[in-house]
Design a protein around this ligand. Structure first.
Ligand SMILES: [Zn+2]
Length: 466
């Protein structure tokens, strides 16, 4: 049976698509996106992708890995009659190995002008002393492969710039050492600073799970904690296959901390988060907000309704701020925070006595001294609400709240049975006012920290929204 030139070309493209899928896997693992496929007699013997970083092995190029796998399978280091497809022109090391394997053909996609050894920098296949018969062909699906590499390096440059964002003169950054060995918080840090709304400040966020998973969950903390409070829920939802993101609001956690308290307005934080969500292009977002984080969450769907599919509000609702600030001995909430590490420690211990000493230390980690505590003081002041704006939250006008809740999708509110009475009442009246089926549930035996005290219940409700 004769093979037409057109069939051969289609076959090359089909195998190169397999190699591109492998390259995508490398990219998802933070490796330079190069993939390879080894084919012999119409059969795929091995597929593989670059993994020198994760395997701490400079020779773990895609080509080497598929050669090893195929040779083991054939029980021979020679793979006569084989064709290797790779998304990037092989380097000198890989060309050498390909020659040793006595392949028939090597087909690559994008040329590599920096290290390519199959024609770009040199051509090892072109030395009659070294090579008897391996044919080389470049350019198959080159555009796709090049785009993948360009995107990868552009992302990496952006990430690098964000990590190395210089600190603004009027801000502080909690030393990295403060975050070493926090219990159950081993998430790799991610930073965003390249959106104008952040005004040169660096915002930290946790981002775990498959980047393409939808919906994705965005968790917003309140005025006395940071993303640490969601550590157990983040791990649970990651195990369930969800993508979970948890930013530290500016002034909290691993994010930059402006010295000026006046920067902290609800609207400023909402705009910063909105810009961050746009920058990451998050789709089908499920918002989870606790305390003041719920209040901030409520204004986000109004800024980009198409991005949101649901909201889960934990001990919070629009205009619940005064109830969060009020002292409430029954709930353990000591009222307005002073701007010191000591007052935060006292409040946390009082509100949540079950916290282990190491966990309490982790809650305090971002706030090593008074200078880092400006945000705590700011959130205890009345001024934080001045920015809310009638159209953003529409306290008493339920008409203004309709688009807000519609934009958010399905909304569930959870209130701790031991949360302040005024807060529960406010949540109830808001849920009724919206008249759009926002459900309110009381959680027995829980106070203000539902993320800690009622993680199973929060998990259960969220999975119902997914
Ligand atoms: Zn190589």
């Amino acid at each position: 049976m004769s093979v037409h030139a057109g069939d051969a070309q289609a076959g090359d493209q089909a195998y190169m698509r397999l190699a591109l899928e492998q390259a995508e896997r490398a990219r998802a693992q933070g490796e330079v996106p190069v993939g390879a496929v080894l084919v012999r007699a119409g059969k795929v013997l091995a597929v593989g992708h670059n993994q020198p970083v994760q395997s701490c092995d400079p020779s773990a190029h895609a080509e080497i890995l598929v050669l090893r796998a195929a040779a083991r399978q054939r029980n021979s280091y020679r793979i006569d009659g084989g064709t290797l497809y790779v998304t990037l022109e092989p380097c000198a090391m890989c060309c050498g190995a390909l020659l040793h394997a006595r392949l028939d053909r090597v087909v690559f996609a994008a040329a590599d002008p920096k290290t390519g050894a199959a024609g770009s920098v040199l051509n090892l296949f072109d030395y009659p002393q070294l090579n008897h018969r391996t044919q080389v062909q470049g350019g198959v699906l080159a555009a796709e492969a090049s785009q993948l590499l360009r995107d990868f390096f552009a992302e990496r440059r952006t990430a690098h710039k964000s990590v190395h964002q210089p600190l603004r003169d009027d801000a502080l950054r909690t030393p990295e050492a403060c975050f070493a060995d926090l219990p159950d918080y081993g998430f790799a840090p991610n930073y965003c600073s390249d959106v104008p709304a952040l005004d040169g400040l660096r915002m930290h966020y946790v981002d775990v799970g498959p980047s393409a998973a939808q919906p994705c969950v965005v968790c917003l903390h309140g005025d006395a904690d940071w993303s640490y409070t969601y550590r157990h829920l983040i791990a649970r939802w990651q195990r369930a296959g969800l993508r979970v993101l948890a930013p530290d609001l500016i002034g909290f956690g691993r994010s930059d901390k402006p010295k000026r308290a006046a920067l902290h307005t609800l609207d400023w934080h909402r705009q910063a988060l909105h810009a961050w969500i746009e920058r990451l292009d998050l789709q089908r977002v499920l918002l989870v907000g606790q305390g003041w984080g719920a209040e901030i969450a409520c204004g986000l769907p109004a800024l980009a309704a198409q991005r949101y599919v649901g909201m889960l509000l934990l001990n919070g609702a629009p205009d619940a701020g005064p109830h969060l600030r009020a002292a409430d001995p029954a709930s353990g909430r000591a009222g307005a925070l002073q701007k010191t590490r000591e007052s935060l420690a006292a409040m946390l211990q009082h509100a949540f006595p079950e916290l282990q000493p190491r966990e309490l230390a982790a809650y305090l980690a971002p706030f090593p001294d008074a200078g880092h505590c400006a945000a705590l003081g700011a959130w205890s002041a009345q001024a934080i609400e001045a920015s809310t704006g009638p159209q953003a939250l529409g306290a008493e006008q339920s008409a203004a709240q309709v688009p807000l809740v519609q934009g958010a999708g399905k909304t569930v509110l959870l209130a701790g049975a031991r949360a302040p009475q005024g807060l529960r009442a406010r949540m109830q009246s808001w849920a009724q006012q919206t008249r759009l089926g926002a459900e309110l549930h009381l959680v027995a035996d829980a106070g203000m920290w539902l993320s800690e005290q009622a993680a199973s219940r929060v998990d259960q409700v969220l999975m119902g929204l997914v």
